[in-house]
Design a protein around this ligand. Sequence first.
Ligand code: PRP
Ligand code: URA
Length: 207
Amino acid sequence: MALHIIDHPLVQHKLSIMRKKDTSTMKFRELLKEISMFMGYEVTRDFPLTYEEIETPLMKMNAPKISGKKVVIAPILRAGLGMVDGLTMLMPSARIGHIGMYRDEETCQPVFYYYKMPANKERLVILTDPMLATGGSACDAIKRLKEDGYKSIRLMCLVASPQGVKAVTEQHPDVDIYLAALDEGLNEKNYILPGLGDAGDRIFGTR
Ligand code: PRP
Ligand code: URA
């Protein structure tokens, strides 16, 4: 597995605004979409190219195009939904799956409530969730995807704790992780520190 931290200044700047407690829901959502698009460049960086002959107004050339890489974007509900639009701006024909799970407030264990993915298991899955805290939700979602037959999975999160990265790395060493930031740790309620609070509540304004 590889851990990719997207340290581009624009991503870091936008993330700092998202972290501020007074940033509005509207701004938070907009920034998450923008960062997701930037992160998408890195998640897709190794997509293979093929060449086709085209004609410019001046001459023929062998022009590069992406060689049939089929993608499914799979948000972990709810908060992962906030990362979908930025990715579909880059990959308009990507399929979109949904993995419904929430973290039980008392036990912090993930609870499944919905699963719907496309039939073609050969597709690369980009699993999205802004927060990788204990890693329980991401690990269970990846396990479920593998049981369903998916073999190629990348995990894209905004902010992670070292504990979350360790859990995914140990349980799913074949899954590459893409982050905008690796934070310091977790508090007693397993919230990421310094983090940005409850991502789902901040995206959807439900607090
Ligand atoms: C949050 C977050 C992750 C999970 C991370 O979701 O979006 O899915 O918690 O925690 P973990 O790494 O310790 O499992 P939450 O359960 O709050 O659901 P929501 O997206 O519906 O708000
Ligand atoms: N879920 C969140 O939304 N934020 C955290 O810090 C941890 C889990």
